[in-house]
Structures are given as structure tokens and as C-alpha cells.
Design a protein around this ligand. Structure first.
Ligand code: CA
Length: 229
């Protein structure tokens, strides 16, 4: 999953990026309101972390409203240093999905991000499940048929992204745009290589179980049992 951080305080922005990257998210940073508004409308972002007070022609609340008017439905967590109840209400009324007051613990931000990412389709507990494959996005652990899967950081990113989009055909370009930040140079072949590793661990190693990763030639990949995808 790839997140956008709109934050003008470089120290905070970098600390957020580091913390999120440790949790297998790709992160881009922009530091003013106007580039924030443009970047946040990019559908390749799975979430936006938006500071309320920003240099530029508008504040975070106005950015939220503009995104909402444009029909952008990417989840937004608003950060604020003000902390009064009215600010919270303003932010949420403008369309933010959650709100965090500075200073905050990174642990708290990560927890909010993970909760919000699960919200649309995964309200029943924390684990993402397809057939007998279970993935816990909080502990980054996966099992199939009750056996633990030893996955690399890249494989975890790939598996969780697929599981957040169950049954959908996901293109290699989309995978690149959601898993790597804008500084990374990634080619479609890289996706094929990692998908190959993942397939071996979750399908090839379980020959008695239905395969879960399907290549849709010319389009991309789909995760699920073939009957119900
Ligand atoms: Ca600020």
C-alpha cells in the first residue's frame, strides 16, 4: 500500500515516512498545500496523511473539502497541532476519516492507518483471509492450512495489497504504483519475479489446496479461489 504524507515540517514528515516504511508501506512526501491537493487526488494513493496547517493557498481542511468535491474517496487522516474540539469537528466535517493531534506516538498513527485501511471491506476482525490463507496486517504474519509462511518484506507488501483487493484483477502497473514510492525504479518484470516467489510459497508448496494466485494474461493478477473470483 502506498501513502501520501502532506506535511511541511520536514522532521515530522521524515519520521512518519520511516515509521510507515518499517510497516511495509511505500510513502511519498509533499510539503505544501497546493502540491498536496494535486498529489492527493492521484488514485494510486491508498491513504493520505494530511497536516492541517500548511504553507500555500489553503489549509488541510480546505484540501479535504476540495478532494471531497472532486469525488476523491481516498481515506484521509488529518494531523493537527491545534487540538481543540472545534478543529476536530471541522476536519471530520470536511471529509477527513480520522484525526490525530500532535504530538502523537508513531505507534498510534500506524494503528489508525491499519484500522482505516481495513474499514471498507474487512470489518470482521483484523485478519485478511482467502480460502485457508490468513494474513494479519498488524503482526505481518501469514499462514496457509495453519502453517506459517516465511515471507520477505516485499512479498508481504505484495500479498497484503492483493488481499486488500480480493477477487479483482490488479495490473502490474497498479502493483508498482501502490507498492513502491515515486523514487523507486521498478519494471514490470520485478513484479513478475516477486509474484513468482509468492506463488511458490502460497500455492506450489500446497499442492493439495486450490491455487490462489491467478495470472490473467495481458492484464495482471487476481487472488482468490477460482470458483468465486
Ligand atoms: Ca504544519
Amino acid at each position: 500500500m502506498r501513502l501520501l504524507v502532506v506535511e511541511d515540517e520536514e522532521r515530522i514528515a521524515k519520521a512518519i515516512k520511516r515509521a510507515l516504511e518499517l510497516h511495509h508501506f511505500a510513502v511519498d512526501i509533499v510539503s505544501d498545500a497546493d502540491s498536496g491537493l494535486v498529489a492527493a487526488a492521484d488514485p494510486d494513493y491508498d491513504m493520505v496523511i494530511l497536516d492541517r496547517m500548511l504553507p500555500g493557498s489553503m489549509d488541510g481542511v480546505a484540501i479535504c473539502k476540495r478532494l471531497c468535491d472532486q469525488g476523491v474517496d481516498t481515506p484521509i487522516i488529518m494531523l493537527t497541532a491545534l487540538g481543540e474540539i472545534d478543529d476536530r469537528v471541522d476536519g471530520l466535517q470536511a471529509g477527513a476519516d480520522d484525526y490525530l493531534q500532535k504530538p502523537f506516538a508513531m505507534k498510534e498513527l500506524i494503528a489508525r492507518v491499519q484500522t482505516l485501511l481495513r474499514r471498507p471491506r474487512h470489518t470482521l476482525g483484523t485478519t485478511l483471509t482467502v480460502d485457508d490463507l490468513h494474513y494479519d496486517p498488524v503482526t505481518f504474519t501469514a499462514t496457509r492450512s495453519g502453517k506459517p509462511l516465511l515471507l520477505s518484506a516485499k512479498e508481504i507488501k505484495l500479498l497484503s495489497y492483493m488481499l486488500y483487493n480480493p477477487g479483482q484483477v490488479v495490473s502490474k502497473d497498479k502493483i508498482i504504483n501502490h507498492l513502491w514510492d515515486e523514487d523507486a525504479l521498478v519494471i514490470p518484470n520485478t513484479v513478475e519475479v516477486y509474484m513468482g516467489y509468492l506463488r511458490k510459497k502460497i500455492d506450489t508448496n500446497f499442492p493439495d489446496r486450490p491455487p490462489l494466485i491467478h495470472t490473467i494474461r495481458g492484464f495482471g493478477y487476481r487472488i482468490g479461489v477460482m470458483d468465486n473470483v
